[in-house]
Write a new protein. Structure first.
Length: 227
């Protein structure tokens, strides 16, 4: 992925030296689809990436100026408010309609396949009004390498949205850290916000600079206060 880093360096330089930032816009990022073939054990071994990969993008993109990113928990709440089951999210059109209700102008979709030890991830940015695909990029490699390059994918998305990101810094790409983080996401999905707070706090104890966990604790506490 050396070409990707070189491309990003050149593009970000140009963006920082003359390209005006676009007006504030709202972005929704959906869980990725797991298209891994084969035995259930193989499929389940990467099932957590359905949540982790988009969360890695979100954790970076929330840092972008002029960009409002819809939190994952808010997408789940919108499903409940519209009295829709999670099965409707199997269709991209349904996700576009739901995102439109939340005011999203752009959406990020993705899918991945693990085959022969190689993980392929495809990421798309879609215009909500026209359904036009504005960006489509693949990543291939070992799981650890793909996680690392998801951080650069966030930069590509930011450029597509005419904004820019700072250093990835505290987000990181450690597969073990993100697997622990995913346990909290599952608890958030189940509305066990008390357990999620404990999970994210435990993660911060081991990795105090992992800002995604801090963000999730805030979201969980906000929802506990309403209950």
């Amino acid at each position: 992925m050396g070409w990707l880093r070189r491309f990003l360096a050149a593009a970000l330089f140009c963006l920082a030296h003359g390209q005006a930032l676009a007006a504030p816009q709202t972005l929704a990022i959906w869980d990725f689809d797991n298209n891994t073939p084969g035995a259930m054990g193989v499929i389940q071994s990467v099932e957590h990436l359905r949540r982790v990969l988009p969360e890695m993008l979100l954790a970076r993109l929330v840092q972008a100026p002029g960009l409002k990113v819809v939190e994952r928990v808010r997408l789940r709440e919108a499903l409940e408010e519209q009295k829709l089951g999670s099965s409707v999210l199997a269709e991209q059109d349904s996700r576009v309609r739901l995102g439109r209700i939340l005011g999203a102008k752009r959406m990020v979709f993705g899918d991945f396949t693990l085959f022969g030890g190689v993980l392929r991830v495809d990421v798309r940015v879609v215009d909500v009004e026209t359904s036009q695909v504005l960006m489509s990029e693949p990543i291939n490699g070992q799981i650890a390498d793909v996680l690392e390059n998801m951080l650069y994918m966030a930069d590509l998305i930011a450029m597509n949205l005419e904004t820019k990101l700072g250093d990835a810094g505290s987000v990181g790409a450690d597969p073990v850290v993100w697997a622990e983080y995913d346990k909290g996401l599952v608890q958030m999905d189940a509305r066990r916000f008390d357990l999620a707070v404990d999970t994210f706090k435990a993660l911060l104890t081991k990795h105090p600079d992992f800002t995604p966990a801090e963000r999730q604790i805030k979201l969980a506490l906000e929802r506990l206060a309403r209950m």
